[in-house]
Each structure stands twice: as C-alpha cells, then as structure tokens.
Design a protein around this ligand. Structure first.
Ligand SMILES: [Ca+2]
Length: 120
C-alpha cells in the first residue's frame, strides 16, 4: 500500500490553505469556484497576450480573423476544462455538506498525487 510522503502531504495541505480563503478549515463551493476561476483567467490571459503579439505580426485581416477564432475556441475549451475541474473537486464532498473538509480534499488530491507518481 502506497502512501503520500511527508512532503507530498505538506504540499496538499498548502494547496488546501490557498483555496480556503477565510481559513475556516473547510472549502466552500464559492472558494472552490474562485480558485478555479482564477486559474482559468490566468490561463486565458496568457493566451490572450500571446494572441495580441501574434496579431501585431499578422499579414492581413484574414489571418487576424483566423487567429481570433482559434483563440475563441481555445477559450471555450479552457472554460469547460476548469468548470470540469471544479465539478470534479466538489464531487469530493462525499457527505454532501456543500463544503470540502481537509480529509475530503486529501482523498481527492492524494489520488492525483499517487496517479502522477505512476505516470513518472
Ligand atoms: Ca473556507
């Protein structure tokens, strides 16, 4: 039976504390949403700045339109991705209280850590 190392456990705890904005010891749906919305916005903003640089170099309007449409498609994909991550994270609320306790978070995140270990 594999278990998390002290460092991995510490990392999960740190992540929990980042999401638990009001430090109540539980992650509310709102806190979880904010966490993933922030990641989503950062990802989209990065893409947007790449788009802006490429638009400046575009040869013509047609190319610009194509770039903008590719960007919009990616934006939709990213939005769906983070909505999915949020849904998945809240599915960790096994006792249906509407909040994620550290134990629930650890169950969900701990599995991700162990999975990533297998991939290595
Ligand atoms: Ca909280």
């Amino acid at each position: 039976m594999k278990s998390l190392t002290k460092e991995e456990l510490e990392h999960v705890k740190q992540e929990f504390d980042v999401i638990d904005i009001d430090k109540s010891g539980e992650i509310s749906m709102n806190e979880m949403k904010l966490f993933y919305d922030k990641q989503r916005d950062e990802t989209i903003n990065n893409l947007k700045s790449i788009l802006d640089k490429r638009l400046a170099l575009a040869a013509n309007d047609e190319e610009k339109e194509e770039m903008a449409s590719t960007f919009n498609n990616k934006k939709d994909t990213i939005t769906k991705l983070y909505d999915g991550k949020y849904e998945l994270a809240m599915a960790g609320d096994v006792d249906n209280t509407g909040t994620i306790t550290f134990d629930e978070f650890l169950c969900h995140e701990g599995i991700q850590v162990l999975k990533s270990r297998i991939k290595k």
